[in-house]
Ligand binder design. Structure first.
Ligand code: M6R
Length: 600
């Protein structure tokens, strides 16, 4: 969480930093700050709240060619102006922004900084005070920075200004993402290329434990021993329009609407010249040589994993277990002899998933990451990567990444099964095409979902999602969408499980959103709906064409029954979106959350 930026060049840096931070707000948005440096020294502006709040306090007439900035998701200390970054050393010589968590900050404070009255409650402040302390003891800034980094345990992406060295931004990284962007007569630093796409698309990736001396016409990467490392830049394949809302009121709505296009892009990306679905042979061998697949993920990606299990077991006939990343480390199951680990992660940065990846890599197991972000940590650190091709997903609530994850997992299962000679009666390319068309129909029915949200959810305190089989997993995703953006307490349940406890929660008018897209359980889920209606519930039934019954609230277009999650989720995304709007919630930036969860 948290996003950092830096700029050094000939232009005024303020606006570049603020614009960059706006693009990084998805990483955290409880407070923000910038520090700019010119011949008069360093000036810090920081504020609780959003970048817009910060913008309003930045003084227009301060001109500076160098600066750093930060948008925060609080881990240590409440969101406040004092805890906002940048933090300054007591002498004001050093100013620093940090993304990550310093696990041993308390110990370092007691050992080195007993005489320093810290201003904030953050783990970050000790970094800048330590650098200052070591500089006062006679070390150069580079030496003091290196010595401090050597003491830190945890994760960091850091940008540091030294008032006595105005030509440089000192940068370092360990476990938190960080890039250096290259320009003509300027260079930049950013947690994500998106932030600085406004000025450059040329980036150099940084590896853990590297230190970078960034000057306006030179970038020097060093390892912890001070040895220089050379690395070629890459071109960020991002279009500036991908990261703009355009005419949409919210990124979430734009991203929901992009799902048909993304599904078609995925089909193309995984087709060979003769139109056959194809995946790197090494990946298919790793899948087919494994005796059990362990899918590890969090949140929406975990829900995609639950559906992915069905695809892989049915099409490739390999047993699959799906695990919540944050639980896996403490609760490691007995592993099979030849496991393959699949990490599903939109961002490719989720710390909980990464912790498992690091562990299982140490144990010598093969790993595959399914991610939307090429070059992300989980992608770099796994043996293999499959990309989602969904384009940047900026709204905190994941939508197009979920359906992209499902499409890619279906293709993986299909290609793995086909390479073992398994046959089935449908053509996945054709069926995914039908899915994309169905998605379009649903995206064009927004008014109906707005009405459903208004009549079922505008005043309720809670809501339940029920389904059986694959519909149950989609219900889990629907309930996560609703709770995270509308703050309605929403839960997903297996239809048959209600009578074992949950049905006690049903009161007069409780909204129940039931999914009925599976022929084999259509009658049973209808039975469950009757049970809750008999106890006063207000049912919203979303069924599929061919399985519809009188009184259904919405009927989605027919697609192959294994692929229904790719389209049945769209009504749930749109219902959550409109429920949040009706309740005046901040759809794209819900409270307490951040898009990229880089703390465990
Ligand atoms: O980037 P990841 O897919 O690894 O993120 C995992 C979860 O944090 C994420 O899916 C989260 O649950 C979303 N906000 C849900 O909409």
């Amino acid at each position: 969480m948290c996003g950092i930026v830096g700029f050094i060049g000939n232009n005024d840096s303020k606006e570049i930093l603020l614009k960059g931070l706006e693009k990084l707000e998805y990483r955290g948005y409880d407070s923000a700050g910038i520090a700019v440096m010119n011949e008069d020294g360093v000036q810090v502006f920081k504020e609780k709240g959003r970048i817009a709040d910060l913008r309003s306090i930045v003084e227009e007439d301060v001109l500076a060619n160098t600066g750093i900035g930060h948008t925060r998701w609080a881990t240590h200390g409440v969101p406040s102006t004092v805890n906002a970054h940048p933090h300054q050393s007591k002498t004001s010589r050093y100013t620093l922004v940090h993304n990550g968590v310093i696990e041993n900050y308390d110990l370092l404070k007691r050992e080195y900084l007993q005489d320093v009255a810290l201003e904030s409650d953050t783990d970050t402040e000790i970094i800048v005070q330590l650098i200052d302390l070591f500089a006062k003891e006679g070390l150069s800034t580079e030496e003091a920075f290196r010595k401090t980094l050597g003491l830190l345990k945890g994760s960091y992406a850091i940008a540091l200004l030294d008032e006595e060295n105005k030509e440089t931004i000192f940068v370092a990284k360990n476990k938190s993402p960080l890039l250096v962007g290259l320009g003509e007569d300027f260079n930049v630093v950013a947690s994500d290329a998106m932030a600085m796409l406004q000025v450059t698309n040329q980036y150099v990736e940084l590896m853990d434990k590297e230190i970078v001396i960034v000057q306006k016409d030179q970038v020097t990467i060093q390892n912890m021993n001070g040895e220089t490392i050379s690395r070629d830049p890459y071109t960020a394949e991002l279009d500036a329009s991908d990261i703009e809302k355009g005419t949409y009121p919210h990124y979430m709505l734009k991203e929901i609407d992009e799902q048909p296009l993304v599904t078609r892009k995925i089909i193309q990306a995984y087709q060979n010249d003769s139109g056959k679905l194809t995946i790197d042979e090494e990946i298919i061998s790793a899948v087919n040589e494994s005796d059990r697949i362990y899918i590890v993920a969090a949140g929406t990606s975990y829900h995609a994993g639950l559906v992915g299990k069905q695809f892989i077991e049915k099409l490739a006939k390999i047993p699959v277990e799906v695990h919540i990343a944050s639980e896996f480390g403490y609760n490691m199951p007995i592993l099979s002899e030849k496991p393959l680990f699949i990490f599903i992660s939109q961002s490719g940065e989720t710390a909980d998933s990464r912790a498992v990846l690091v562990n299982v890599t140490k144990l010598g197991y093969k790993t595959l990451t399914v991610t939307n972000v090429p070059g992300s940590t989980l992608s770099r650190e796994a043996d293999y990567t499959l990309l989602l091709h969904a384009g940047p997903e900026i709204a905190v609530a994941s939508t197009k990444a979920y359906t992209a994850q499902l499409a890619v997992l279906a293709i993986l299962a299909e290609v793995a099964g086909a390479s073992k000679g398994f046959k089935h009666e449908f053509d996945l390319v054709q069926e995914l095409g039908i899915v994309a068309n169905g998605m379009e129909v649903l995206c064009n029915a927004k008014e109906e979902f707005e009405d459903i949200a208004r009549s079922f959810l505008s005043t309720t305190r809670n809501a339940f999602f029920i389904g059986r089989g694959i519909d149950y997993y989609v219900g889990l995703e629907g309930s996560l969408k609703l709770k995270e953006i509308s703050y309605i307490q929403a839960e997903g349940f297996a239809g048959g499980e209600l009578k074992h406890g949950t049905i006690a929660l049903i009161e007069n008018g409780t909204p129940i959103i039931a999914l009925a897209t599976q022929e084999s359980v259509n009658l049973s889920i209808r039975g469950n709906v009757k049970e809750v209606v008999a106890r006063g519930a207000n049912p919203c039934i979303i069924s599929m064409k061919g399985l519809e019954m009188d009184g259904d609230t919405f009927i989605i277009p027919e697609v192959h029954e294994l692929l229904t999650p790719l389209i049945s989720v769209i009504p749930l995304q749109l219902i959550a979106y409109y429920a949040a709007l009706h309740r005046d919630c901040d759809v794209d930036k819900p409270r307490n959350l951040a898009k990229s969860v880089t703390v465990e």
